[in-house]
Design a protein around this ligand. Sequence first.
Ligand code: ADP
Length: 162
Amino acid sequence: MRIAIYPGTFDPLTSGHMDILEEACALFDRVVAAVGVNPSKTPLFSVEERLEMLRESVAGRGLKNVETTSFAGLTVDTAREHQAAFIVRGLRAVTDFEHEFGLLLANEQLDASIKTVFVMPTHKYLYLSSSVVRQAASLGRRVIAGSVPPAVEARLRAKFNF
Ligand code: ADP
């Protein structure tokens, strides 16, 4: 069985993340979508909220081969816990490349048996990021059309009162 982990901060989950997740579901038998707890970041949504939005969005899309979880340590350790031999990461415009390449090399040194696979989103989501979504919601008090799954839109509306 080919198992992959798709780790991310998902603060919040966007349609770009869901695009990568759906692609991963088609490529692998099982995908572990894992919400990372990063102590150096102060997220807009708690890890519980991010996990809830992920679960609801996965159910909303009817994705059957996804398991959801959260993790605080190294991605490779969480991958091993779930018997995942692959790490899926999304690659948007060229700006992602350097950061993602650095992560790939670090993960490779931590565990060479776990391979990183990059998936590119459809053109609509190439410039979409969680930070753009957060800024639009907090400053403009609205959600950019189609940028987030319905479960996320509802949470943003509740948080920013619009
Ligand atoms: P992290 O803090 O781990 O980078 P993110 O939630 O920002 O967490 O992103 C998780 C993964 O999803 C990363 O590989 C990132 O490049 C990718 N990603 C983020 N937004 C998009 C998007 N719009 N299209 C495709 N991949 C994306």
